[in-house]
Design a protein. Structure first.
Lengths: 275, 291
């Protein structure tokens, strides 16, 4: 009995340690973003903002195009999510529930794409986008992001569709639906949880992507948040408070997604691993 | 009748995604392979031509390539091993949490969903030798005499690995947690009745049943770690012996505009990642087959 209680205390201590390890660095960014720059160079350091100031956040939204960058990130991530789901869900449905010839070849194409180094695709895609006059515009990011997130989306959705009972389409067909209607009117609405899972992961990927965003955009107005942030940091004698404030702003959307969809994200990450 | 109908519908449903992938994806992949046999350099576009395997021969004799390959392997092996060990520990610790599971899952997901650039910026602030939290804490508890230069030549690789471990261990932990949850309770009850100790139970039940999950986590992590770019680019820019292959390729392609050589390196990197995944998949098949 004593041993059990002992164990429990250790277990909770370990859990607290894990949570602290994850959150303390994030807290530190928040702390720096709310501190004056004088406070940052004090020795010994203060571990909480004294006095707290919003000056850094004001600087972020006053200086340069940061609000514009946030807007760009939102637009690119949302459009990528929509396009990927529009292309991916019919394909996943076919792979999960219909008789498809050369299914393995098709899967191999999607998966092979997933392991090709992104750095190698950028050059040719850059030239293609430049020729189409799309550099610095949303499609130059949305199209490659869709390409990169399709394998994952198809993977998650295929797993999800195959868990639905097989009698669903039969019932729909008996009721006079065409097969395509069965998919659109019966399967898709029932798949809302799977679609949400895929959507959250795609959105996070697109919000966070850096390499393509760095190369496909060249004007401050067209940059997304990660690139703006990286170049911001490299620009001048590091205004740490402002960088921290920009960082806080840029992580709020993904942190909100985690808080709201924590279960979905876990499901998405582990789909296909569980059998 | 129905069967033919079904196949036709499947073709209609698959065509948009496949067409998209082939037009947008196959074209760059294919052109990398073709370009790797040329000496195209965008600084001297007039002089390009077919050079056969010359780029690959140059690769074989390129000291920077081999140095960066070594550094990439080091980064991958060390960080993925640490992530696996820590991820397993965290999964075991978090398994069977009843109260506060949502809060705990959310907090361990946070590092993973952060943009890598943000995580890197954050760590360069935390590890800053003058105003960083890490040095401040170490100094205050008396573990440090002089400020440690975390991102300097001696410790840069360690710091980069530390940041990667912080960011991606949650991914491993989540996968392994799902694995732990999939192990039937009865096995543990049976082990307890047999009087097996904890270590024996872990060795005989948990670890073997967790193997497929470990394999998946390691596969995904190793593939990503081998192609790492943004974390290192922001933290060190590739200085202090932290340059990886992706960063070298970036330099060759976008700074020197040496498209032919850069493409050959891309193809080499692809081949390495491909072979590595095949080996890992084979290994996990072998190790999960019932004996």
């Amino acid at each position: 009995m004593r041993r059990l209680r002992h164990d429990r205390i250790w277990l909770w201590l370990a859990r607290a340690l894990v949570v602290a390890a994850c959150l303390v660095p994030l807290y530190w960014i928040l702390n720096v973003s709310l501190s004056t720059s004088a406070a940052l160079y004090k020795t010994p350091l203060d571990y909480f903002p004294r006095p707290p100031t919003l000056e850094n956040f004001r600087a972020v939204f006053r200086a340069n195009q940061f609000p514009r960058n946030v807007l760009n990130s939102f637009a690119v991530a949302s459009l990528t999510t929509l396009l990927t789901l529009a292309l991916g869900s019919p394909a996943a449905y076919a792979l999960a529930r219909l008789r498809v010839r050369r299914k393995n070849l098709i899967l191999a194409i999607f998966l092979g794409l997933a392991i090709f180094p992104a750095i190698g695709m950028i050059g040719p895609l850059y030239m293609a986008m430049a020729r189409l006059g799309l550099i610095n515009r949303y499609p130059a990011l949305v199209l490659p992001y869709t390409l990169l997130s399709l394998p994952l989306a198809i993977w998650i959705l295929t797993q999800f569709f195959s868990t639905l009972p097989g009698s669903l389409e039969d019932a729909a067909l008996v009721d006079g639906c065409t097969p395509i209607q069965a998919f659109v009117r019966v399967i898709l609405p029932l798949s809302a949880p799977g679609l949400a899972t895929a959507a959250v992961l795609i959105f996070i990927f697109a919000w966070n992507e850096f390499l393509f965003a760095l190369i496909m955009t060249s004007t401050p107005d067209s940059r997304t948040v990660p690139v703006a942030l990286a170049l911001f940091a490299g620009l001048h004698e590091l205004p740490w408070g402002t960088i921290a404030a920009a960082t806080v702003v840029s992580v709020l959307p993904v942190l909100a997604l985690v808080a709201l969809f924590q279960r979905r994200i876990v499901e998405g990450l582990t789909s296909g691993v569980e059998r | 009748m129905i069967r033919r109908h079904e196949t036709r519908l499947a073709v209609w449903l698959l065509t948009p995604a496949l067409a998209f992938v082939v037009v947008l994806g196959a074209f760059p992949v294919f052109s990398q392979f073709v370009l790797s046999f040329t000496d195209l350099n965008l600084k001297f576009p007039a002089e390009q031509g077919f050079v056969g395997l010359a780029n690959f021969a140059r690769l074989a004799g390129d000291g920077v390539f081999w140095r960066d390959l070594g550094q990439t392997v080091k980064f991958t092996v060390v960080s993925v091993s640490l992530e696996l060990l820590l991820g397993l520990a965290i999964a075991l610790i978090l398994n069977k949490v009843v109260r506060g599971r949502t809060a705990m899952n959310s907090s361990i997901l946070m590092p993973w969903v952060l943009p890598t650039v943000v995580a890197a910026t954050m760590w360069s602030l935390l590890l800053n030798d003058r105003i960083g939290l890490v040095n401040s804490v170490l100094g205050r508890i008396g573990l440090m005499d002089a400020p440690i230069v975390w991102l300097g030549p001696r410790l840069a690789m360690t710091s980069v690995i530390l940041a990667d471990v912080w960011k991606t261990t949650p991914f491993v932990a989540i996968i392994l947690l799902a694995g732990l949850k999939s192990i039937p309770r009865q096995y543990y009850e049976a082990a307890e009745i047999d009087g097996a100790g904890r270590w024996a139970t872990f060795r005989a039940i948990t670890l073997p049943l967790l193997k497929p999950f470990i394999a998946v986590a390691v596969l995904f992590r190793a593939m990503d770690a081998f192609r790492i770019f943004d974390l290192i680019w922001v933290l060190t820019g590739g200085a202090s012996r932290t340059e990886t292959l992706s960063i070298y390729i970036y330099r060759v392609l976008f700074r020197y505009a040496d498209v032919g050589y850069g493409s050959a390196m891309t193809v080499a990197l692809f081949a390495i990642v491909f072979l590595m995944s095949l080996a890992l998949i084979r290994f996990m098949r072998l190790s999960t087959e019932p004996r």
